[in-house]
Structure formats: C-alpha cells, structure tokens
Design a protein around this ligand. Structure first.
Ligand SMILES: NC(=O)c1ccc[n+]([C@@H]2O[C@H](COP(=O)([O-])OP(=O)(O)OC[C@H]3O[C@@H](n4cnc5c(N)ncnc54)[C@H](OP(=O)(O)O)[C@@H]3O)[C@@H](O)[C@H]2O)c1
Length: 338
C-alpha cells in the first residue's frame, strides 16, 4: 500500500525529510510539500511545487511530517490538529506538543509500543535527547539509570538553515579579514562556543533545551525518578550533535558489558578505539543513520558509574529520519490506517 504524504516546512529538516523519504524508499503514492510561502524548490535535481500550507491541503493526505518552526505562528500549532481532524496522521518535529498527554513521544528503537494507542498526532523528541538516549536506553534496561549528567556540543544546523548560512558567512568573512556579523545568534559562532541553546525562561537558570532533556527522557523511558542535569552548548560545527554523558546506575555495569550491549543495539554503532584516534565525531556521524558511541569508561565519581561520548546526525536521527522511522513502524505494525 502506498501512502499520500505531505512534508510541512522545507528548511533544514524538511529538505532532509524529502531526501530521506526517497532514500529509504518510503511507500508514497504522492508527496506534497507545504511551507509558508509558495514557490519552486529544487532538491537533488527534482523540482517541487511548494504550496502554502492551509487546512484544506490536508484533505487528501495520509501522513503529514511537520517540520515548520515552533510557537504560536508555527505550522504545528496553527495546522497540526486540524490536519488530524481532516484525516492525516501528523508526525511533528517541533516541541509544541511533545509533553501533551495525548501525544506519544517516540524513538522507535526505544519505545515503539507507545505508538499503539496514538490519537493521530505523534511527536519526535528533541535532537539531543534522541542522540543521548540511543545508547543510554539499552544501558538503562540492563542496569537501571539512577542519574546522568549530559553536556551537549550542538551543531548550528540544529537552529535551522539561517544558522548554517550564518556560520558559513562568518568563516568566509574571517578568511578574507572582513568583520563578522551575526543575526541568528547573540554572538559570533565561528571560532566560539555559546553555552546557550534555546532560551532562558526559568528562574532556575536552566535553558529550555536543558529542561527538554530531562522531561523528554522521563516521558520516553516511562520513569520520572532519573536525576538529570544538562548543559547545552552550541559549537561551530555545521552538522552533527555530540553529547558527553556521565551516568550512574543502580546495578553494577562494566565498560566491557556496556560495549557488548551497545555493539548489539540497532541504530547504534560502537566506535571506541581511542588509542588509534577512533571515537565518535560529528564529521563521521553526519549523514549516518546510526548514533556513534565511544570513549566508554568507568566514571569513578559514581558508585556504578559509566562515562561515554556519542555523536549523531541531528537532522537525520535527531529529526527527519526518526520521524520517518515512526511512520515506518506504524505501517509495519498495522497502526497506520486510512
Ligand atoms: N534542525 C534540527 O536539528 C532540528 C532537530 C529536531 C527538531 N527540529 C525542529 O524541526 C522544525 C523545523 O526546523 P528547521 O531547522 O528545519 O527550521 P528552518 O530551517 O527554519 O525551516 C522552517 C520551515 O518551516 C516553514 N514554516 C514555518 N512556519 C510555518 C507555518 N506556519 N506554516 C507552514 N510552514 C511553516 C518555513 O517556511 P518558509 O520556507 O516558507 O519560510 C520553513 O520552510 C522545528 O520545529 C525545529 O525545532 C529541528
């Protein structure tokens, strides 16, 4: 059976969504591309007639992948549930409905069963949360996480296409000795790091991105007692987020056992030979379906502690690929019905 598909938003995530739908041979009867502004977009030599997203556009859609911006003017808030009312199943990349109790928050390798009773609207977790949980979830199942501390190294592609252009423009300006300008970030991002991802609304001093890691981890793993502290940092990398993780488990778990588990975890690739300079890096993770994990070692500051480092493609596994995997899972399990 082939499905009538729509992609809403044709920025950093939407563009890769279209590429991956073709690359993964997703069973499509049709592909409609929607955005704020109607125009023609050429992706990999194929010309797409981008139409303005309106409620009526969803009347003939089975699966709508939402990759529009977040917030009250964004596509998910203005059109998401309306698309469901009109018969589409919505898989949303943004943050607007991730914590909504009606909405399953799913990483297919970790909690696909949460899809079973979906109400037509499914959310993709935050990119850093997905990349951190791909190795952490199987370790949690083996030894039960008590707490973890995660420090992220997040690429500019996570902010969207305007941020990718901003880093490139700054690097070009630096190379010819011209002053660097900035609009997307509050400071220069080239040759700099910004300990600020998302916004600071909470009196605790945590950023919204840091809060997402805790809340979303609890919802995905179905537990609320894992202690989580995160520092989210934007780095001058075009694509591929990395996360340094220090985890404490309730039961003993050795680095050797962790490696054995991760070697056999679908969607994870063990890249762990630091003496030969082999460890996860964004340049290796970018354009890969798997999350790379390495630098696995004991963390002596915890009783049953492990430290690890992972890198993943934030646009693929952190967004577009995960969303498509959700749809593939729904189809495979017969939970996507017209
Ligand atoms: N980048 C990442 O690594 C990443 C990871 C996980 C999740 N996400 C989430 O994925 C979503 C897309 O991110 P992005 O990085 O692709 O952003 P982006 O590059 O800024 O692109 C946003 C796209 O959304 C469209 N859009 C915005 N508001 C819309 C509306 N009301 N109706 C229809 N289309 C609308 C825009 O249309 P126009 O082109 O016409 O302006 C544009 O094509 C966001 O919710 C983001 O938080 C991103």
């Amino acid at each position: 059976m082939n499905w009538r598909v729509a992609v809403v938003g044709v920025g950093a995530v939407g563009t890769e969504m279209i590429r991956l739908l073709h690359a993964r041979k997703f069973p499509m009867a049709s592909l409609k591309v929607l955005a704020r502004r109607a125009r023609t977009e050429v992706i990999d030599g194929i010309s797409y007639d981008v139409r303005t997203a309106t409620p009526e556009e969803f009347d003939d859609v089975d699966i709508a992948f939402f990759a529009g911006t977040e917030g009250e003017k964004g596509a998910s808030q203005t059109l998401g549930w309306e698309a469901v009312r009109r018969g589409a199943i919505v898989i949303d990349n943004g943050d607007d409905f991730r914590m909504d109790p009606r909405v399953p928050l799913v990483v297919p390798e970790i909690n696909a069963e949460a899809l079973q009773h979906h109400q037509g609207f499914i959310a993709n977790p935050n990119c850093s949360t997905i990349i951190a949980l791909m190795p952490l979830a199987p370790l949690h199942r083996a030894a039960r996480l008590r707490r973890f501390i995660a420090c992220t190294y997040q690429a500019v592609s996570g902010t969207g296409s305007a941020a990718i252009r901003e880093l490139e423009t700054q690097v070009r300006a630096w190379a010819v000795g011209e002053p660097m300008t900035h609009q997307v970030y509050p400071h220069q991002i080239a040759f700099n790091v910004l300990p600020s991802v998302g916004s600071f609304k909470d009196p605790s001093g945590e950023s919204t991105e840091e809060q997402k890691m805790r809340r979303e981890t609890h919802k995905i793993l179905g537990v609320s007692d894992i202690q989580i502290t995160t520092t989210c940092v934007r780095v001058p990398v075009f694509n591929g987020h990395s996360v340094a993780i220090h985890a404490e488990f309730e039961q003993p778990i050795t680095p050797e056992r962790a490696r054995e588990i991760l070697r056999n975890t679908p969607g994870v690739e063990l890249v762990d030979d630091p003496t030969n300079a082999v460890y996860p890096m964004p340049i290796w993770a970018s354009g890969r379906y798997e999350v790379l994990v390495g630098r696995i070692r004991r963390d002596p500051s915890f009783e049953h502690g492990l430290a690890l480092w992972c890198s993943g493609d934030n646009i693929w596994k952190g967004a577009a690929q995960n969303a498509i995997q959700i749809a593939e899972e729904l189809i495979a399990r017969g939970w996507l019905r017209r």
